[in-house]
Design a protein around this ligand. Sequence first.
Ligand code: AMP
Length: 387
Amino acid sequence: MSKARLLMPGSTIGIVGGGQLGQMMALRAKYMGFRVGVLDPTPDCPAAQVGDWQIEADYDDTDAIRQLAERSDVLTYEFENVDADALDAVSDIVEIPQGTDLLRVTQDRIQEKTFINKHGIGTAPWRPVNDMDDLRAAVAEIGLPAVLKTTRGGYDGHGQFVLRDDADIDRVAQVRPWAGDFAPSILEGFVDFAYEASILVSGNGEQYVTYPVVRNIHRNNILHITIAPAEEAADPSSPLAQAARDLALRLASGFQLAGTLAIELFVLRDGRVLVNELAPRPHNSGHYTIEACSIDQFEAHVRGIVGWPLPEPRLLSPAVMVNVLGQHVAPTRALIATHPEWFTHDYGKAEVKHDRKMGHITVLTDDPAAEAARLEATGCWDDLKKD
Ligand code: AMP
């Protein structure tokens, strides 16, 4: 892909997927004067509530993708499991500045890790594994503990199995999706990281800008809190900030990135950084940018795909972002009236479900660690406490 074609306000952006990421993209796009169409099976989905129109159909409905393409000037997506062939099939009638290579690479852990390593960037050691014999051979090479991950379709820890000792190897044959037909997978060495972090990079196919490194705290494999910036990366000239920025720019130019790409990192105890995985879209760990940065990850995404220049994002204030899952909706609402410092986001999802991302709260603060502790002390997130 080369530089995305310059589109003017009044043009239509079609988004495949109408969840919260699509909603926040659509909000930004509306500010900038674009029209927004959304493809999503759920009537009145979060993005459709702020967009101009919705096509109610499944994401992999090729007729619906064609309809979306016909009514749009540019197509984008809010999640990576979009049918890349279906997008290729409409590339003659609509701009797709992100291309489909980025999608294909990030949909497949083997391609993703190969791409990352090819650009001289470290990951956990990994091997492709297609049956139990491969698994034993990979364990012999990589050692234990290790994590078995399906090459495709996994998210938030789904399609993953941690092997701690030899007995776990035989257990794999009894658990889905490896029981019966063994799901194509990779075995990854278990990384004894100091903490998890991420960095966002945005581009317009020609020019790339990065965001600060943030620290991410997960509970039950779901992002819980983001601390921006990560303490060790607060100084942009720190080794962590520089290493992350360098790898982000290398990946962005490797993809000739248009839009926003999130890079999930493991920060090791010796300060080295490994890439865990890539998300070719705005990311939950970047929601803090809405209030805390001079340009947020969604505007950067929209600018990138409509070929606008990108200002270098500045962090205006340190921040903490905490997710509001289904079980946190009632307790946080009960406190909204007493927390003027909470920037409360609710995605407008009709159905409240346990562990479903319903919204998030961002707080601007000079002391993110203390604010994170204050948020925890409200008790709203007590169900996530580690024992
Ligand atoms: P993923 O879906 O690959 O992002 O993995 C989900 C979570 O599992 C990560 O955020 C980590 O907390 C953990 N995890 C994944 N891979 C590894 C690894 N190789 N070593 C240690 N922890 C891991």
